[in-house]
Write a protein that binds this ligand. Structure first.
Ligand SMILES: C[S@@+](CC[C@H](N)C(=O)[O-])C[C@H]1O[C@@H](n2cnc3c(N)ncnc32)[C@H](O)[C@@H]1O
Length: 278
């Protein structure tokens, strides 16, 4: 890999804290490894993919079907639910957190879902090294780690270099769906993906003004309030989001524990959808 490519991968969007598996997850991991859980030789880190390693996806799934990829699937609630209700599509869950990947592996087994594979790896590595150009019909990134402190925002996944990676793997006319509970990350997503010529926003101009979740957040300074900080609400004229562009909630996105906690803390949810230009 070139020095430039290496540079583009830093800093990482995750910090691996506990990687230890409790015995039941270890058993699920061992049973699924090489089957639902992809057995990938790793490279410089235990989340990177060895140079030159490739996967024949048709062979892997035993068929040709639209591929839906979820990055940061957590314990896999959304992807498992979607895979069960959409057996005609293949799903790839990418999650660096081993207990989350193990939990999903156990669920996939329990529910007999033959259309799910799990990569317990850095999504950047999977996109760059394992997914051919135009191979993904939908890419989902729901609640990526927010890195909401100013000194940490450089760790956010959705930045221009990542948008280019997504543009390479998403098929022409394919879909990129995102969700976040942090308003400034939502604005960042709207800006950086909106600025890429490869994508267009089918909801551009929708949910503006008082209909916009961004306006609602600004009116109550809800993100600060959710952290227990002193809220500094903006007056309506300054709070109004004149741009909008927020998607309606994606129907197949089930409410995860993560989203539930965000709502309990008083934050708003932003859904975004972008289409890959042909
Ligand atoms: C805030 S959680 C959200 C989980 C899930 N999408 C949900 O809605 O409940 C973000 C997840 O992204 C994972 N993650 C962060 N960066 C990643 C990367 N580069 N590759 C794969 N997973 C990543 C984290 O380990 C974490 O589980």
């Amino acid at each position: 890999m070139s020095e430039t490519a290496k540079h583009l991968r830093k800093p990482l969007s995750f910090v691996r804290r506990s990687n230890r598996l409790k015995p039941s997850y270890q058993r699920a991991w061992d049973a699924a490894l090489g089957q639902e859980l992809l057995d990938v030789p790793t490279g410089e880190r235990d989340t990177s993919v060895a140079e030159g390693f490739q996967i024949d996806w048709e062979k892997e799934y035993g068929r040709t079907a639209p591929l839906i990829v979820e990055i940061g699937s957590g314990s896999g609630e959304a992807v498992a639910h979607a895979a069960a209700s959409n057996p005609d599509a293949d799903f790839l869950a990418i999650e660096v957190y081993r207990p989350g990947a193990a939990q999903l592996a156990a669920r996939v087994r329990r529910e007999g879902l033959s259309n799910v594979r799990i990569a317990c790896l850095d999504a950047v590595e999977v996109l760059d090294k394992l997914l051919p150009s135009g191979s993904v019909s939908e890419l989902w990134v729901f609640f990526p780690d927010p890195w909401h402190k100013k000194k940490h925002t450089k760790r956010r996944l959705i930045q221009p270099p990542f948008v280019q990676r997504a543009a390479r793997v998403i098929a022409p006319t394919g879909v990129w769906r995102l969700a976040t509970d942090w308003s400034d990350y939502a604005v960042q997503m709207r800006e950086v993906i909106g600025a890429a010529e490869e994508f267009w926003n089918p909801h551009a101009g929708q949910r503006v003004g008082e209909q916009s979740p961004l306006t609602q957040v600004r009116l109550g300074d809800l993100d600060a309030a959710s952290l227990g900080k002193e809220a500094r609400p903006l007056p309506l004229a300054e709070a109004l989001d004149a741009e909008g562009g927020w998607a309606p909630r994606f129907a197949a996105r089930v409410e995860t524990d993560f989203e539930r906690k965000a709502l309990q803390a008083g934050r708003r949810i932003f859904d975004l959808t972008f289409l890959r230009r042909p």
